[in-house]
Ligand binder design. Sequence first.
Ligand SMILES: NC(=O)c1ccc[n+]([C@@H]2O[C@H](COP(=O)([O-])OP(=O)(O)OC[C@H]3O[C@@H](n4cnc5c(N)ncnc54)[C@H](O)[C@@H]3O)[C@@H](O)[C@H]2O)c1
Length: 252
Amino acid sequence: MKTRVGVIGIGMMGSTHLDAYRKIDGAEVVAVADPIKERREGLSTAAGNIEGQSKGGVHFSAFRKYEDGMDLISDPDMDLIDICLPTPLHLRYAKAALASGRHVLSEKPFALDSRQGKELADAAADAKGMLMCAMCMRFWPGWTWLKERVEDQQYGKVLGAQFRRTTCHPGGPFYSDGAACGGAILDLHIHDTDFIQYCFGVPKAVFSRGYAKDTTHIDHVVTQYLYDDIPWWSRKGPGRFNPEHPFICNIR
Ligand SMILES: NC(=O)c1ccc[n+]([C@@H]2O[C@H](COP(=O)([O-])OP(=O)(O)OC[C@H]3O[C@@H](n4cnc5c(N)ncnc54)[C@H](O)[C@@H]3O)[C@@H](O)[C@H]2O)c1
């Protein structure tokens, strides 16, 4: 039996998710919601900034269509509700979807601050369904390779690591509004933080500095993640890489 899915928000990420569901045998999209008629009817696809996304080719004729995500949540005939809404709407719709008893996949970031994030985590703890955040980079090929090498220690134990992401601003009104998208620190750096935690566990301490450029929020940021068993900042003095154990990884 297939997992029946409803997708809320058929913008850039909503159409990317529709593309992905088409390739999963065990999934069947049954409903979509978007106030923009052309999008919920599949007449236009939002452009994306990820290679290979939003390719189209999805047939919308069999989908039930709703103008608002809350109407889709009221439709009982689906197992999983997938939230691809602008970030400020995630909390309200994800909580409503969890309260309806279905599994929920929400685009990142879950919420715009830790208080809201905890509110959603608490709602998930009490819910019948599962909640998952779409931290997609854990599943990207280069990143899965890196996670495997960290675990199997093919090149030795990781004693220090350096990650760097450089990317252009995605543009458009949503990503230019720091209050809505959270700036690059929340919109993009969250992927880096998630991946570092995925590989190495929760750090003992985090130190971040950055500045606003494209939005009113932090758009350029450098973070140090401090772990007791990754000693490259402490053994030979601050800022000096441990030459006995070089492990440098640049991700762009
Ligand atoms: N996982 C990733 O790598 C990744 C990449 C890009 C964006 N995102 C996240 O995806 C989310 C969506 O970003 P996007 O670029 O697709 O935005 P978008 O503006 O392209 O799409 C959002 C869609 O939601 C629709 N919408 C708004 N209110 C609605 C409502 N009440 N009910 C139903 N639909 C409604 C809009 O009409 C629009 O089509 C953001 O939170 C962003 O951070 C994640």
